[in-house]
Design a protein around this ligand. Sequence first.
Ligand code: F0G
Length: 366
Amino acid sequence: DEFEGTGVWRYDAALPFDEGVTLPEGNTPLHRVPGLREEIGVRNLRIKHEGMNPTGSFKDRGMTVGVRVAETLDVDRLACASTGNTSAALAAYGARADLETLVLLPAGKVAAGKIAQASLHGATILEVDGNFDSCLDIVQELADRGEAYLLNSLNPFRLEGQKTIGLEILESFYDEHGRFPDRIVLPVGNAGNTAALYKCFREMVASGDLAPGDVPKLTGVQAEGAAPMVEAIEEGLEDTRRWEDVETIATAIRIGNPVNAPKALPGIRETGGTAVAVSDAEITSAQRAIAGEGIGVEPASAASVAGLRKLRETGVVGSGEDVVCLTTGHLLKDPDAAAAAGDDPEPVANSTEAVLRLLAGGSGTL
Ligand code: F0G
């Protein structure tokens, strides 16, 4: 394949295969954000923009491995429950592998760009009268009955691919600074990515590439209206308590029963990290601030920066820290949220004079 050994597959030594179903994915930018760094007040602040993957989210890194496994197993139907991004990625990688895909979405709670992707790539899309957690219950039952191959992050091969986010961050940061970042801040929904990063760090420590004392602190951010992981960290629980009613503008992380919590909670604890909840207003404010640096992300992604802001304000994060925030999905995933967070277009008459008058603070009509 022309993309062999690029992006995610550059790390094939850490993956279960040498190559996958690839578009290709990974190799995303680790942006500098000098204005935000100054405002938040840390030693270094970088944004790892996973929205720059082929379908616009980090899910592609998992699907390139997961769909490869499905091919090997010769399954008939791939399926996932999704708040949107997983379904977009599964639809695209399923199409690439020429496999049938089925996606279950919570009705009315998935951003427009994500549904458009699943639709155009040819997935069968079912809108369930329930939230993400009930969609996942159903897909797990379908898989148990042999009706579909499950490609949610409960599938461990997905997490193998997502480990490469950690590998890329640590490698790039080390190349530039000669040290590893102190902390990685990421939005948390089903907690798959948190579990994947933790596994990445454990393997790097085991291979001797990372000293135990250099492991970045895994710091999870949730929306206040969907924060069972924050509750579990604060109360010292082994697993989360299922929240039946969840709500947030960050629909990607509108999840009340994070199935990977038992794998992710030890990662947050053992790396010395923490978990924090942010309001929808804080998420929107962070989305605007990131956009002010030229980087367009969806609301769930902005939660990472909103969480870092809060942790700096409360002094949990010190001014001397090197921090990487993960932005998990692209702005265009949720055009409605972006338009609502941004400035409204202004109507103007069809004349240069009217445009100039409006720009000078006057009326744009004739
Ligand atoms: N950010 C975005 C943009 C997401 O789409 C998701 C999860 C997360 C963060 C949270 O990642 O689940 O590994 O903790 N989206 C899933 C989906 C649930 O269906 O697209 P996590």
